[in-house]
Design a binder for this molecule. Structure first.
Ligand code: HEM
Length: 404
């Protein structure tokens, strides 16, 4: 029997996938000493933890609440969660997304690409991926476009706060300060929008009402902070990952370049193969039995998304990146049985999934249009970093315009 892996070790951080395999096969329910949590790695178990209400999200508070200035969707359960979600979800789908926000997405992709359109080399992470989703959210909220850089700074501090496993006091203080500055910035704007609402997302949050419930100023501030982190870092990593995964496989990159309608399939396979969010947490309200063992009430459960997404009981050749896999339609949908868990599942399923898909489709499409030739600047694909969230820290590309 191989020894159980240590998910806080440098080896795990360098490449968690071998460890995920050992956990799935030999320790499907594992009480990890380092994190003090119970690790779930099989697809079936992760799915249950997402779907069954006994698995609450009460333990999210320690991780993200301080940076968000209060409780918001991920920490809520039951009816409170359902009502709050109904208040915000419509803005992220359907006509609202297509008609109001797609032009915002297109404009922000174009403007960022303009900043390196004539360059021979760029770092796609620094120049595009980390900025694009934040700029989109700021514009959707109807905030001042001149403040894109300020929001990017706050976002960077909040994300560092959440990832601050080592509990560095400087990082923690900067994250709290960013949270306070976001709140100070938003308070007067919320007052204005309550008095004179417009068509923007912030006005919508100010006026939305479900079952007699409306969002307080503090609720809105916490939700906006959540959007920056939940919608920023994830989409940021997804854009870098789809590019890296495709470029590392030139024939799949060429196929997508030749047929842009394959971008959604490449996005879905990227989320399965290299999910930007690797772990989500749950807390059972009562003792539960999973994969033959029991988890006590009140324990912390860590669902290993990256492990579930490569479970051989659900995918053929799980460790291969293949945008043409038979259980994935060319339109980008996995069959129900093979649905990846990169967006979670069930009642906390990612509110921004369609927005993320629209951003990736638009961003990748525009990048391919702008640069007929793209290659890794130093000839090799960059590795991923990060344990809770994971993606390439940089993506230096050589850009050619096909003039020969
Ligand atoms: C929830 C991943 C993009 C907003 C989640 C969850 C995951 C996730 C795994 C579930 C967490 C849990 O169950 O504990 C991703 C990935 C993205 C992405 C991989 C990009 C590829 C976005 C975007 C937004 C967003 C663009 C909005 C701007 C949210 C919100 C929740 C959430 C508000 C909480 C939903 C709830 O608790 O009911 N996301 N996300 N996400 N996501 Fe995303």
């Amino acid at each position: 029997l191989p020894p159980p892996p240590d998910i806080l070790s440098p080896e795990f951080a360098a490449d968690p996938y071998p460890a995920y395999g050992i956990l799935r096969e030999h320790y499907p329910l594992f009480h990890d000493q380092g994190t003090g949590s119970y690790l779930l790695s099989r697809y079936e178990d992760v799915q249950r933890a997402c779907r069954e209400p006994v698995f609450t999200t009460d333990n999210y508070a320690w991780q993200i609440e301080p940076a968000h200035g209060g409780r918001t969707l991920p920490q809520m359960n039951g009816r409170e969660h359902a009502v709050r979600r109904a208040l915000v979800a419509p803005a992220f789908r359907g006509r609202e997304l297509q008609e109001t926000f797609l032009p915002v997405i297109e404009r922000n992709a174009r403007e960022l690409i303009d900043t390196f359109r004539d360059a021979e080399e760029t770092d796609l992470v620094a120049r595009f991926a980390t900025r694009f989703p934040i700029n989109v959210i700021v514009d959707m909220l109807g905030l001042d476009r001149a403040d894109h850089d300020r929001f990017h700074g706050w976002y960077t501090a909040v994300v560092a706060f959440i990832a601050n496993l080592a509990q560095d006091p400087g990082v923690a203080a900067a994250g709290r300060r960013a949270g306070e500055e976001i709140a100070d910035y938003l308070r007067p704007v919320i007052r204005e929008r309550r008095a004179a609402p417009g068509a923007d997302l912030l006005s919508r949050l100010c006026t939305a009402e479900v079952d007699g419930v409306r969002m307080t100023d503090q609720d809105i501030i916490a939700f906006v902070s959540l959007l920056l982190a939940a919608g920023g870092e994830t989409t940021d990593k997804a854009i870098a990952l789809i590019f890296r995964n495709l470029l590392a496989r030139p024939e799949q990159f060429a196929a997508v370049r030749a047929d842009r309608s394959l971008i959604p399939a490449a996005f879905a396979e990227t989320l399965r193969y290299t999910p930007p969010v690797q772990m989500i947490m749950r807390q059972p309200a009562a003792e539960v039995t999973v994969s033959g063992g029991t988890i006590p009430a009140g324990a912390t459960v860590t669902c290993l998304i990256g492990a579930a997404n490569r479970d051989a009981d659900h995918y053929d050749r799980p460790d291969e990146f293949d945008i043409f896999r038979p259980d994935l339609s060319p339109a980008g949908a996995f069959t129900a049985a093979a649905q990846h868990v990169a967006f979670g599942l069930g009642r906390h399923f990612c509110v921004g999934a369609l927005l993320a898909r629209a951003e990736v489709e638009t961003g990748v499409g525009q990048l391919l249009d702008a640069f007929p030739e793209v290659a890794f600047a130093d000839g090799t694909p960059p590795a991923d970093t990060g344990v809770f969230t994971r993606g390439p820290g940089h993506l230096r590309l050589r850009l050619g315009r096909g003039e020969g």
